[in-house]
Design a binder for this molecule. Structure first.
Ligand code: FES
Length: 145
């Protein structure tokens, strides 16, 4: 196994974040710039969304709106990078950060850490409840930069 995909299940606590490290899940064979994929992670009932931003950055979030838990959708054609949109009460989240940019949601979207394998496949490997710092916490835990 390669890199973070080999991570075993468990829970990390770093600098106030609660970072869950469930069993990694392959969510896409490939994700091209501007593309998004809906998947379930970490459980079969947990809606999530992964996006490859136009500059190549991979981002992943819970797709459960932090307002009243409607399903959040990807809208590629909004703003410079696209956005995550909740149709229930017009909540909008920044695609790069998950921060709320419009509407009633009280908190950012929790993050789902995505990693890309050497074959181009995309894996979900961790989540955070706080919406902050999952990548930094993972890198500290596994000694990466
Ligand atoms: Fe998403 Fe209200 S449930 S904005």
């Amino acid at each position: 196994a390669v890199g973070a995909v080999a991570v075993a299940g468990g829970v990390l606590h770093r600098h106030g974040d609660s970072v869950d490290v469930p069993k990694p899940k392959r969510v896409a064979d490939r994700l091209r710039p501007g593309e998004a994929i809906a998947f379930r992670f970490p459980g079969d009932d947990d809606r999530a969304v992964g996006v490859r931003l136009k500059d190549g950055t991979l981002v992943g979030y819970s797709a459960v709106c932090t307002h009243l838990a409607c399903a959040v959708l990807w809208r590629e054609d909004r703003g410079s990078e696209g956005e995550l949109y909740c149709p229930c009460h017009e909540g909008v989240f920044d695609a790069r950060t998950g921060e709320v940019t419009a509407g009633p949601p009280p908190r950012p979207l929790p993050k789902v850490l995505l990693v890309e394998e050497i074959d181009g496949s995309v894996w979900a490997v961790a989540t955070t409840r706080s919406g902050e710092g999952v990548k930094a916490a993972m890198c500290r835990q596994f000694g990466e930069q």
